[in-house]
Design a protein around this ligand. Structure first.
Ligand SMILES: Cc1cc2nc3c(=O)[nH]c(=O)nc-3n(C[C@H](O)[C@H](O)[C@H](O)COP(=O)(O)OP(=O)(O)OC[C@H]3O[C@@H](n4cnc5c(N)ncnc54)[C@H](O)[C@@H]3O)c2cc1C
Length: 370
């Protein structure tokens, strides 16, 4: 039996980042991936590195991670663009939330400024007339996530990590991980399998939240920022069965990536045209010029959604040598690097850069009363 200091199951962006951070700390790492590296939710994502600010813990992790993303600014494969985010308010009522949003962001050390209606249209002339204002967050960025996942796994391998590609972890058994070809690896296991988490850790609640995205042909400079409606958080954090929010991104290719939808209880990957129409209708309200554009491709993906929308990062209670990093919902690209550091720091008993308590998996398990 081969033994390791950490066996990472799953090589989406989260598992890849954990493997990289663990190997960089000198651990002997194994990485098990049943399909393509960065091929799960990671391949479906928009790749927006965004500081969501409604939840202080989520904001702390996003901000910590964004600082770590700076390492990838110059990596060509990451396709890093510091386009910033422009949050758009439709009317005066939505503008009322702008002051508090800016205060939360600045309180976390993130630059943000209010934008009035005239400035909004100067920054993004394609926006519909009549929008009331917004918030500009210049430090937010965009990357191409699957390439980053592959880079992280390759860097871990260069530091000695062993990749078990095309292998599925079938069972966790007394300090070892059993693969589908009966290979048995021994050592602490880190489960980073996204939506598939319950297959190995059924005690941790996880729901798949489907999303649709549409990408257009090239329309260079149609928009310059990632533009998102201020009400986006209601869609992201709400518990509705289905919702859409306006969220548009300029790709480095000149294409326009249009999102986003959220659906619980839709298990199949098929594109739902009613959902796409609902999503596009929302986008046309904000950017009428999209109506005349040619869509190139539509796809879906599933966001791994924990019990409260925040990831599980830490030891699995009452289990020896069993760790988890999963459940990042729609923020897992942004927060992967910080998640990995928090996880490896806990594993090695090091001081964490931010408080790990809000992410401990124990919060999702029933408390046994004394
Ligand atoms: C439409 C959409 C848009 C999004 N946009 C953004 C965005 O703009 N910004 C942002 O920050 N986040 C975004 N997200 C969220 C982000 O994509 C996810 O939070 C993140 O990719 C989760 O990464 P992961 O590594 O946990 O999971 P995954 O990427 O799903 O990786 C899990 C991996 O585990 C493997 N696996 C599963 N079971 C096993 C097993 N038993 N053995 C071996 N391997 C196994 C799978 O094959 C997979 O490769 C978006 C998500 C969607 C769906």
């Amino acid at each position: 039996m081969t033994s390791f200091d950490l066996i990472v199951v799953g090589a989406g962006i989260v598992g890849a980042a954990c493997a990289d951070a663990a190997a960089a700390s000198g651990l002997r790492v194994a990485v098990i991936e049943q399909a393509g590296i960065g091929g799960g939710a990671t391949a479906a994502a928009m790749g927006h590195l965004v500081a969501l600010d409604e939840d202080p813990a989520e904001l702390a992790l996003a901000h910590y991670s964004q600082q770590l993303w700076d390492e990838f600014v110059e990596l060509p494969a990451a396709q890093f663009q510091r386009c910033g985010t422009l949050w758009v308010a439709r009317d005066e009522r939505e503008c009322e939330s702008i002051g508090a949003k800016i205060a939360r962001l600045r309180g976390a050390g993130i630059a943000a400024s209010a934008v009035d209606a005239a400035e909004l249209h100067r920054l993004e002339p394609a926006l519909a007339p009549g929008l009331a204002g917004g918030v500009r967050v210049p430090g937010d960025a965009v990357v191409y996530p699957p390439n980053v996942a592959r880079f992280l796994v390759e860097r871990a391998r260069a530091r000695g990590a062993q990749l078990y590609a095309g292998r599925r972890a079938c069972m966790l058994d007394a300090g070892s991980v059993v693969l589908d070809d009966q290979t048995r690896l021994s050592g602490p296991a880190l489960i980073a399998t996204g939506c598939a988490l319950p297959e190995l850790l059924p005690m941790l609640p996880m729901r798949a939240r489907k999303g649709h995205l549409v990408i257009t042909e090239r329309y260079v400079d149609f928009v310059r920022h990632q533009i998102v409606e201020l009400g986006y958080a209601d869609s992201a954090h709400g518990a509705q069965r289905s919702s859409v929010a306006f969220n548009v991104q300029p790709r480095s290719t000149g294409q326009v990536l249009i999102g986003s939808s959220r659906e619980f209880d839709s298990a199949t990957p098929e594109v739902s045209m009613p959902m796409v129409q609902r999503m596009l209708a929302r986008a046309f309200d904000f950017l009428p010029g999209l109506r005349s554009m040619q869509a190139l491709r539509i796809w879906t993906g599933f966001r791994p959604t924990s019990i409260d929308g925040k990831p599980y990062l830490g030891p699995v209670p009452d289990q020896r040598d069993l760790w988890v990093a999963a459940g990042h919902e729609g923020l897992g690209i942004t927060t992967a690097l910080g998640s990995a550091r928090l996880l490896v720091d806990q594993l090695l008993g090091r001081r964490c850069a931010i408080d790990p308590t809000p992410y401990l998996p124990a919060r999702a398990l029933p408390r046994v009363s004394a």
